[in-house]
Design a protein around this ligand. Sequence first.
Ligand code: TYD
Length: 219
Amino acid sequence: MSSMNRLFISVEGIDGAGKSTHIAAMVEALRHGGHTVCQTREPGGTPLAEQLRELVLHAPMDALTESLLIFAARRDHIEQVIRPALARGEVVLCDRFTDATFAYQGGGHGFGLDTLATLEQWVQGQPGSGPSGGGLLQPSLTLWFDLPAPMAAQRLAGARVPDKFESQPRAFFEQVIAGYARRARMDAARFVRIHAEQSQDAVRAQVLAALRARGLLSP
Ligand code: TYD
C-alpha cells in the first residue's frame, strides 16, 4: 500500500447502522486534530457520480447494470476527487466505498464476486502497477458499523422515505452483513469492526480509538 493511502478512510455498514452521525463527529475530530478533510460519499462525490447515484438508488435495473454504474461512478470519483485530495495530503473520509459493492451487489443481490473483483481491479488499479495488479487503491482504514439487521430496521422505521435498497426485506440485509463479514475476513488489517448496537457515546469512543490507533489522531 502506498503511504498516500494512509489518509484514506471509508465508513461502511447496512442502512440504519448509524454511520452519518459518526461521520460528522469524525470530520470534526480530524479537523480539530489539524487535518484538512475531504468528506465524500459513494455512489457520488462528483457531479457525474451524483447523477449515477440517482439512477442506482431509484431506477430498477439488473445487478450487472447496477454494478457497472456504481463502478463507473467510482472511477470518476477516484480520478476527480480521491486521488487529487490524497496527493494534496488531505484525509479522505468516504461514506461507503467498494466494500459496499461486495456487500450489497455481491452479498445482497448474490451477484458474482469474481466479476466484482475484475471491476475493482480495472477501476482501482494504481497507475503503473502492471496487469497482474497488486496495487489497488483501497482505504487504509475501513470502519465497519456492524449492527444486527432487525435493530437497523427498527432505527430506520419511519425515519424517511426508503430508497431502493432501504426498502429491501430483512433477509437482504442479512446477506449484506455476510458480505461485509467476508470482506473483513479477507482484509483484516484494514477493517475495524464497530459494535454499533452500543450507545452513541460508546460508539463514538470506538471510532476515535480506531483513528488514534492508526495515528490519524494524537493519543
Ligand atoms: P447511504 O450511503 O446509506 O446514503 P443515505 O444515508 O443518504 O441513504 O445510501 C447509499 C445506498 O447505496 C445504500 O443503500 C447502499 C447502496 N450502495 C450499494 O448498493 N452499492 C455500493 O457500492 C454503494 C457504494 C452503495
